[in-house]
Design a protein around this ligand. Structure first.
Ligand code: MF3
Ligand code: CO
Ligand code: CO
Length: 269
């Protein structure tokens, strides 16, 4: 094994080198491509287990490894979180119903680099409230990404997300956050999706991390079910999430997990 290149900040955040962006782009693009392909499978009458089987097969065919299989005892190639499930939904043989909204989260390891992304899908007809929730959550992610540049802080990212969500009378989940990644799945810092401008670690060129806001139509509180994974809204309100992996550049950031088919949002393409 070679020593990792680059250095570490005082907050324990790794600074990667210019050459490392290429590996992250390849891994991120692959995860995003698989999410593009999955879109055609999401219909009423299919199961999230069938979707996960497809994802597992594609990760293998494309020459990558699933980061989630075997991670802390998790056994699936994706997390699929339906309706009031906030995150870490376990693929299951239960049928999807018309109007269900779901987040599918895939992380691949390609040549040692981690690509982590998730997005929302709709089975059949999209309801009005669900549509608003998905719209606001997507906008919140993109506003968070717009705050990524050297000199800004992680608090600026969280504040941008929180302001947009709360202006729209929805709530930001506090119990889960984004994370540093690169040659590892989860590394410092915790990327909070709420906060105050100017607080938290300062962003530097070469930091790689995810932004993955979870937004609820009702209250922010969550609980984890007896399976030790599935996180749900305590008030059973609908929840949505989008996730990108990004790398800080001299002037802003690059998104590693852009959709090759431009299908990141369920009403696109
Ligand atoms: N992909 C998730 C994230 O965004 C983590 C899933 S871990 C699993 O960080 F074990 F639940 F799959
Ligand atoms: Co993540
Ligand atoms: Co993820």
């Amino acid at each position: 094994m070679h020593e990792p290149r680059g250095r570490m900040t005082k907050d324990g955040i790794r600074i990667y080198e210019d050459a490392d962006f290429a590996g992250m782009h390849a891994a991120g693009r692959m995860a995003a491509q698989i999410l593009d392909e999955v879109a055609q499978l999401v219909t009423p009458g299919t199961t999230t287990a069938a979707i996960d089987d497809f994802i597992r097969g594609r990760v293998q065919e494309l020459g990558a490894v699933s980061a989630t299989i075997g991670y802390r005892g998790y056994r699936h190639a994706s997390c699929i979180s339906v309706n009031h499930v906030v995150c870490h939904g376990i693929p299951s043989p239960k049928l999807l119903n018309d109007g269900d909204i779901l987040n599918i989260d895939v992380t691949v390891i390609l040549d040692g680099w981690f690509g982590d992304t998730s997005r929302m899908y709709v089975a059949g007809t999209l309801g009005r409230k669900a549509e608003r929730l998905i719209e606001v959550t997507h906008e919140a992610l993109m506003l968070g990404i717009a705050a990524v540049k050297p000199g800004n802080t992680f608090g600026d990212i969280g504040a941008a997300i929180q302001a947009h969500v709360e202006t729209n009378r929805m709530s930001v989940v506090r119990d889960f956050c984004g994370h540093g990644l690169g040659r590892v799945f989860h590394a410092p810092p915790n990327v909070l999706h709420y906060g105050r401008p100017g607080t938290g670690p300062v962003l530097e060129e070469g930091m790689f991390f995810t932004i993955e806001p979870m937004v609820n139509l009702g209250r922010p509180e969550t609980k984890v079910l007896a399976d030790d994974w599935t996180a749900v809204t305590r008030d059973r309100s609908l929840s949505a999430q989008f996730e990108h992996s990004v790398g800080v550049t001299a002037t802003g950031c690059e998104i590693f997990t852009l959709s090759p088919a431009d299908r990141f949002h369920p009403t696109w393409g």
